[in-house]
Design a protein around this ligand. Structure first.
Ligand SMILES: Nc1nc2c(ncn2[C@@H]2O[C@H](COP(=O)(O)OP(=O)(O)OP(=O)(O)O)[C@@H](O)[C@H]2O)c(=O)[nH]1
Ligand SMILES: [Mg+2]
Length: 1136
């Protein structure tokens, strides 16, 4: 029976000091939902006995079937500590890495976290991840070391052993937090140092100051600080050492505070002096934790579970003065007896909720630092925001709910709810008055019937309508609902940070690009206050604010929702009716001075793609509508329509994909859907010519074997000057380009990839310069000092990496022309064209006065486009390139090229080349002149409208009659140039040794020694590599870190689980790109090789296999013979 009614919760919501917003975080399967069950049971929502078995917050069917949580869900609980009552808004989050975006959405709404660690598995990858999340969002954690029962029953540890083990786990956890802390300090140091003069003076850095702060912030977990609990949530018990300090303080007449400091650690009780002494370990004494705590618990398990000693059990119950029902104490199942006993003695809910109240902050304690972090992202300074915006900080801090305080709400996700489950559509229990009324109606009906019997049948009919009045109403309601085309509605998962949200209130919905400064200006122009009552889809490009009327407010109660009329600051809530205004997350406020909250931090990016189509073609509209709902409901999934028209979803991993498909089929689209096999991304690259071939024989320079089949195709190609260098003319002979392809050093490629966001900033800046737009939401005319510094550092590091890679790269950073594909990718185009001094990429680093124009030659943009196209779809299988540098060595353009007729002459004749260069120079001089005169770049203009005839070249043409023809031809130049640059890049790429790059997953597996062999077998079979296999100290468990190609990963987890009888279960996270060191075009040539690999080497050549699979999928030409040397078929059944 539920112990707390809604009225009490509403009352508590109004006292922020008595509210705690907390989430439970952990690695997968460490026991979050089980712990939540115990807390839920303390409110009587589920029975104590079902706690741990029901997993109440896993309300989805697939969560129950698979036994893992897939979405975060919230419940409001009541907790009484002495005379004080508290409201706990608790959020349970998933631990599987595929759903880590759900963790981000939960953490954003909370002030504190309960971090759970399974003491057998210890610190796992997601433990790192969640601690990091908590750190990034400035939320305070307490630690629950869970599953202590496993140490007793499974690992059969002695109490002293268990104590050492627990100490070790605690050290591991603290190591993670201190790493986070140091990383944070380091980044603060680096960002502070250049601009902050005071830090220059402070040459020697005092670590102790920060270490103090670290301890002050309670970031270290330690039982004596009161932020560590020990538990076995499944058995319903848990404790902090404070509880035992209290018990033994009274029992032994000792100082409680003293005990609190010594119960954990190297202390023992001197039995003679009755004093607590230090140095238990070196003196071979039992530490207090073992003697006073663990031994007692071990004794209970021993009596109840191991020896099943009834007498002893009764004795324990008596000595602890517990009241256990006869039903429990006589139960056949010893575990139930144990749970009843331990649950009564050390109830985990009391221990955990008590510590939550004591150690975790209330909404009132929100720190200024956190508020600033929420309101403004790193690139911007809080004090650069408008004054009205800065003023909102005090409203955050005061957390008041009065009328005059602006309302600020953050929605972290939209989650789907069955329309039928909304409180307004649910049958609620009848109140006493309603029951009374119904009774009255029934009595009247009965009386009428009795009189009807005497007066005749006719009356019976007339009484019928009135008797079913209640029912008719229900029918009307449900038919009204049927009008809606879907049975799913979205409820926003949100928190009120300031003010009080009320039903019927109008609020602004602030989009991610909303700028308070602009909106405040606009609003003062429009006198009537609220502007633009629009929906999301009606917004134009520069509008980022819509207005919504709040229709429904809900309280989350696990599987149920309760309707509310208003929710004051500091509480987690659900808001209905926002689906047309918010896609995944967003900010609501009563003032436009409020900025849109900073983006949620997602740890995992989606990588697994599948294409979807309906089984019945006519269902396409339903699929599209379903995908729209899925996109809104899942914080991480990406839904897109590819150029090919395919509908594609990108998910974080296999488990996430399965959930998305189930959701689509059963909830959102409700049609049969066929999903393609996963589309795994690849990359294409080139490498230095290898020195040994596939069979480890060295390749001599002249040996034609050194070239593969593909490279030999270009042997007679006149455009190929040497391997990796090509020269191509446009068909009109108007332009010529000479391009070389070389592999980029690995370090550079990785560095470019890591800094994609800076490259993007740089690109936006240059585009803004070129088009002379002044977009305040991007960068505008000048960069912020901090961004400039970051770009400068990026450039310096890039230079350093190039220099380390070899002298040949000297100076190349200054000649970078473009990054690609999509202008940010890890491939480079370098400008080595003689006499073409293009404005450098790094122009923004010069001071603002000189940084005025971008000088670029005509058709510069076409060259960049050609490069972008080539790097986006490589020649192997139309996948993007990675780590390739294209060097434009010559680029000639002009009328003289055509006049000379013979191509050979043009190429070889140095005189002509010189002429061309002269024209080039002429153009350049003219260009610069114009620049000087107008102080704007003409070339820049022509970039914007690239098909426009170019004034310089028109003037350069000598014959007036030719003018029209030239202009016409030039109209095609840009297109032809794009095409030859693309072709040049591809050809120069193809004349080098090409390789496929595979996306790699990193996986952490925990397994016992006996299954290691099988495990390595599975990893090896899937072309994976084991990077690390270490035995966890003090346990039989090995921590294995391996990498496997994503393309080989499907069914990997399942395979591992089967081979190890469910003992090991891996989690896969995208790690890096790896070159498959096999030439996809290699075919055996020598007799030995043919004997070894067969004529086509198809079975061995992994790279070729991957390449051909992708080509087949994309409908590209595949160079393979289906049947070779087919044998005569035999029928298996013999004709009789
Ligand atoms: N022995 C033992 N098992 C436990 C304990 N707590 C949880 N478990 C078991 O651990 C498994 C996982 O528990 P859950 O509560 O679902 O774990 P979770 O952290 O919510 O998992 P995800 O939500 O999927 O990340 C279940 O089989 C539980 O019965 C415990 O204290 N002792
Ligand atoms: Mg769970």
């Amino acid at each position: 029976m539920r112990l707390t009614d809604l009225e009490k919760i509403k009352e508590l919501q109004k006292k922020p000091s008595h509210v705690r917003n907390i989430c439970i975080l952990a690695h997968v399967d460490h026991g979050k939902t089980t712990l939540a069950d115990a807390l839920v049971a303390s409110n009587g929502i589920i029975s104590q006995r079902m706690a741990g078995k029901l997993r109440y917050l896993d309300s989805r069917e697939d969560e129950q079937i698979r036994g893992i949580t897939m979405k975060s869900s919230a419940i409001s609980l009541h907790y009484q500590a002495g005379s004080d009552e508290y409201l706990m808004n608790l959020i349970d989050s998933p631990g599987h890495v595929d759903f880590s975006s759900e963790v981000s959405t939960a953490v954003r709404l909370c002030d504190g976290a309960i971090v759970v660690v399974d003491v057998v598995e210890g610190v796992c990858p997601q433990t790192h991840a969640v601690l990091r999340q908590a750190w990034l969002e400035n939320i305070k954690p307490i630690l629950v070391l869970n599953k202590l029962d496993r140490l007793i029953l499974e690992l059969k540890m002695e109490p002293a052993e268990a104590f050492n083990h627990l100490q070790q786990i605690l050290t591991e956890v603290n190591l993670v937090t201190s790493e986070l802390f140091t990383a944070d300090i380091m980044s603060m140091q680096t960002t502070d140092s250049p601009s902050n003069p005071s830090s220059e003076q402070k040459q020697t850095y005092d670590w102790t100051e920060d270490a103090d702060e670290f301890e002050h912030k309670n970031m270290y977990f330690s039982p004596e600080l009161g932020n560590v609990l020990f538990a076995a949530a499944y058995d319903g018990w848990g404790f902090s050492i404070d509880q035992f300090a209290e018990i033994y303080g009274k029992k032994l007449g000792m100082n409680e505070a003293g005990l609190r400091q010594t119960l954990w650690g190297d202390f023992f009780l001197n039995s003679k002096t009755k004093r607590i002494m230090k140095g238990a370990q070196c003196k071979g004494k039992k530490p207090l934790f073992v003697q006073f705590i663990l031994e007692s618990i071990w004794a209970v398990y021993d009596a109840v579970m191991v020896r099943r000693d009834k007498e002893m059990t009764e004795k324990i119950v008596k000595s602890l003065d517990l009241k256990i029902t006869a039903r429990d104490s006589r139960h056949n199942d010893a575990r139930i007896q144990l749970q009843a006993l331990m649950g009564k003695w050390l109830p985990v809910s009391n221990a955990v909720l008590g510590k939550v109240v004591e150690k975790l902050p209330s909404p009132l304690d929100i720190e200024e630092e956190k508020v600033e972090k929420l309101m403004c992202n790193k690139a911007r300074r809080f004090d650069s925001m408008p004054k009205q915006t800065q003023d909102l900080k005090k409203d955050f801090l005061s957390c008041k709910d009065s009328e005059d305080i602006p309302v600020i709400v953050f929605v972290s996700k939209m989650f789907p709810v069955d329309r039928a489950l909304l409180p307004k559509n649910k049958q609620r229990p009848l109140t006493e008055e309603e029951l009374q009324r119904r009774r009255e109606i029934a009595r009247l009906r009965h009386a009428e019937r009795m009189t009807g019997k005497t007066t005749g049948e006719s009356n019976e009919q007339s009484s019928a309508p009135s008797s079913s009045e209640g029912e008719t109403k229900v029918v009307v309601e449900s038919s009204e609902d049927k009008k809606d085309d879907t049975d799913q509605v979205f409820v926003a998962f949100a928190r009120v940070f300031s003010g009080c949200v009320r039903k019927g209130q109008k609020l602004y919905v602030l989009g991610p690009k909303h700028d308070p400064a602009i909106a405040l200006n606009k609003i003062s122009e429009e006198s009537n206050g609220m502007y633009g009552a629009k929906r999301l889809e009606d917004l134009t490009g520069d509008e980022h604010v819509t207005v919504v009327t709040v229709t429904d407010l809900y309280l989350f109660m696990g599987r149920e929702l309760e309707a509310l009329d208003c929710v004051p600051a500091g509480n987690v809530l659900g808001i209905g009716g926002l689906e047309d205004h918010i896609l995944k997350s967003g900010t609501l406020s009563s003032t436009v001075a409020c900025p849109s909250f900073t983006d949620l931090y997602f740890d995992v990016s989606p990588i697994l793609r599948v294409a979807l189509e309906p089984v019945h073609a006519g269902d396409m509209p339903k699929l599209v509508a379903g995908l729209k709902l899925l996109n809104q409901a899942d914080p991480c999934v990406q839904v897109l329509v590819q150029e090919t028209g395919e509908h594609v979803i990108i998910t974080a991993g296999e488990v996430h994909l399965r959930r998305c498909l189930d959701d689509l089929i059963e909830r959102y689209a409700k049609i049969e859907i066929s999903a393609s096999s996963p589309i795994v991304p690849f990359r294409e690259t080139i490498v230095r010519p290898p020195t040994i071939d596939m069979v480890n024989e060295s390749i001599q320079e002249q040996n034609p074997v050194g070239k593969n089949e593909k490279q030999r195709e270009f042997d007679d190609d006149e455009e190929v000057l040497e391997p990796g260098l090509v020269r191509i003319f446009t068909p009109s002979r108007y332009c010529m380009v000479q391009i070389r392809a070389v592999p980029l050093p690995h370090e550079v490629t990785n560095y470019l990839e890591e800094n994609a966001f800076l490259i993007k900033t740089l690109d936006q800046y240059i585009s803004a310069k070129i088009s002379k737009r002044n977009k305040s939401d991007i960068i505008g005319s000048s960069l912020k000092q901090s961004t400039k510094e970051a770009i400068k550092e990026f450039k310096d590091n890039l230079e350093k990496l190039f220099l380390e890679a070899g002298k040949q790269w000297k100076g190349c950073v200054d000649s970078i022309w473009a990054f690609g594909p999509k202008r940010v990718g890890p491939n480079l185009l370098l400008n080595k064209v003689d006499g073409y001094n293009r404005t450098s990429m790094w122009g923004c680093l010069r001071d603002d006065k000189t940084d005025v124009t971008v000088v670029a030659r005509d058709y510069d943009y076409s060259v960049v486009s050609g490069f972008q196209l080539a790097t986006l779809t490589g020649p192997l299988c139309d996948e993007p390139m990675r780590g390739v540098c294209f060097i434009m060595e010559k680029w000639e353009i002009g009328p003289q090229v055509i006049g000379n007729g013979d191509v050979e002459n043009i190429c070889e004749n140095t005189l002509v080349t010189k002429q061309i260069t002269n024209v080039d120079e002429q153009m350049h001089v003219q260009l610069s002149k114009l620049n000087l005169e107008n102080n704007v770049s003409i070339a820049t203009d022509s970039l914007v409208n690239e098909n426009r005839p170019c004034p310089e070249i028109s003037e350069a043409s000598t014959s007036g009659g030719d003018k029209e023809k030239r202009t016409d031809m030039k109209g095609h130049v840009s297109g032809q140039l794009i095409s030859i640059v693309k072709e040049g890049c591809l050809k120069s790429f193809q004349t080098q040794p090409q390789r496929i790059m595979a996306a790699m997953y990193k996986c952490n597996i925990q397994a016992t020694a006996d299954v290691l062999g099988k495990l390595f077998g599975v990893i090896g079979k899937r072309n994976g590599r084991v990077l690390q296999d270490e035995m966890r100290e003090g346990s039989q468990i090995f921590n294995i870190v391996a990498v496997i190609p994503v393309v080989e990963s499907f069914g990997f987890s399942e395979d591992i689980r089967k081979k190890t009888s469910g003992l090991a279960s891996p989690q896969l996270v995208f790690s890096h790109w790896e070159t498959i060191d096999v030439d996809p075009f290699w075919v055996p040539t020598t007799e030995e090789e043919i004997m070894h690999y067969g004529e086509k080497a198809d079975c061995e050549n992994r790279a070729r296999l991957y390449m051909n699979n992708v080509r087949e999928r994309k409908g590209l030409k595949v160079d393979k013979k289906i049947i070779e040397h087919a044998e005569k078929q035999r029928t298996l059944t013999r004709n009789k």
